[in-house]
Design a binder for this molecule. Structure first.
Ligand SMILES: [Zn+2]
Ligand SMILES: [Zn+2]
Ligand SMILES: [Zn+2]
Length: 378
């Protein structure tokens, strides 16, 4: 086994590599307490000439499962590495020399998923020379993860810390998403779009009268016209908006969404474990919808389903993980139990589905695990 020796042997611990601040904050929020480290140190024999405390901070959303029993070139475990390390938790184990004038040097591997992604960590506290430790992720989804190791100094109870994080936790976020009070879907709250729970009328076909009057800017149209699509080919009674597009004649139109409850910030751009790509903003109803599969669902602003606003962001949303109920170390609180509706293709708040309205009629139909959304602000 090869271990790096460039990290030095400082008593304070040397940081190797760079990880995003978000992952550091996660790790600091879940790291072992001083009591936990002392308890681990208590497992080490007093006469061991070299020993280490090995701390793992699993900030990822994955449950780590040990592969094999670990390897030692020198020394052996005193406190065994745990079989599993749950998501967002820490674990400690210890290793020590087992004969005079020797050190401890070994490695442990944890499986990160069922597809061959492995978290590998190793350490060295030799009888002669500097301490070292390192860790890395290998295999199928190695790109999803970031790692960091911190080498502790000293001959005995040297504290080595290994951090596993998800790159997607450092995603940029778009802060302007709200729940609609009426339809219970998530929508882009800087615009109103169209809400399937707020019908406004049916688009009328253009008549001679509307053609004539619509050409006079600023003049009210004659009464008696039915509602048409707002913000586009829309004619309202007494309004001054342009002629309806004949193609929309007979189409049911809707008022905009109305924001209620929390504001959410959606991560975008970086894939990761337990994250679904393909969530986009609709250019018509301004709702969030799943554009990563077959079909376009039902849109209250367009016949034929939602349509991606191409120039906008591609969101990558976490699902199937427990939400953070409260802010943690500068990380925002979250709300879980958002679901994909396989009728309208929107994302809706499942606990309020009794009061919801789906663009496909009736209630939404939950067809996914619970998505977890980061709240904006408090
Ligand atoms: Zn709505
Ligand atoms: Zn839409
Ligand atoms: Zn729906």
């Amino acid at each position: 086994m090869r271990t790096g020796s460039g990290e030095g042997d400082s008593g304070r611990g040397a940081m190797a590599g760079q990880i995003a601040d978000e992952i550091k904050r996660w790790a600091d929020a879940i790291k072992a307490t001083a009591e936990a480290i002392d308890a681990a140190a208590g497992t080490i024999e007093r006469n061991a000439s070299r020993s280490v405390i090995l701390e793992v901070n699993n900030t990822s959303s994955r449950r780590l499962s040990i592969l094999g029993g670990g390897d030692h070139d020198w020394g052996g475990f005193r406190k065994l590495p745990p079989e599993t390390i749950p998501p967002r938790s820490h674990a400690e184990f210890t290793s020590q020399s087992n004969s005079p004038l020797t050190g401890t040097e070994g490695s442990v591997q944890y499986g990160v998923d069922d597809e061959g992604t492995v978290f590998h960590l190793e350490w060295s506290n030799p009888f002669v020379g500097d301490n070292a430790c390192l860790c890395r992720v290998e295999g199928a989804h190695a790109d999803f993860y970031a790692t960091n190791s911190i080498t502790g100094g000293g001959n005995t109870a040297a504290h080595m810390r290994f951090i596993l994080g998800e790159n997607a936790d450092a995603s940029k976020r778009d802060p302007d998403w709200r729940t609609c009070l009426h339809c219970k879907t998530l929508f882009y709250a800087r615009e109103e779009g169209f809400c399937p729970a707020r019908p406004r009328g049916v688009v009328s076909a253009p008549t001679d009268a509307t053609r004539e009057n619509a050409q006079v800017p600023g003049q009210p149209l004659p009464g008696g016209l039915q509602s048409g699509p707002r913000g586009g080919p829309w004619i309202e009674q007494g309004g001054t908006e342009p002629l309806p597009d004949p193609a929309t004649a007979g189409m049911e139109m809707f008022f905009g969404h109305e924001a209620a409850g929390y504001t959410f910030q959606l991560p975008y751009g970086i894939p990761g474990p337990n994250r679904m790509e393909g969530w986009r903003r609709c250019r018509h109803c301004v709702g969030l919808f799943y554009a990563g599969g077959e079909g376009a669902g039902n849109c209250p602003g367009r016949r034929g389903g939602h349509e991606v606003l191409d120039e906008w962001l591609e969101y990558v949303l976490p699902f199937g993980v427990p939400p953070r109920e409260a802010p943690l170390s500068d990380l925002p609180a979250q709300q879980g139990d958002w679901r994909f509706c396989d009728r309208c293709f929107g994302l809706f708040y499942y606990p309020q589905n009794e009061d919801a309205v789906c663009a496909a009629g009736d209630r939404h139909h939950a067809a996914s695990d619970g998505y977890v959304l980061d709240r904006s602000g408090g």
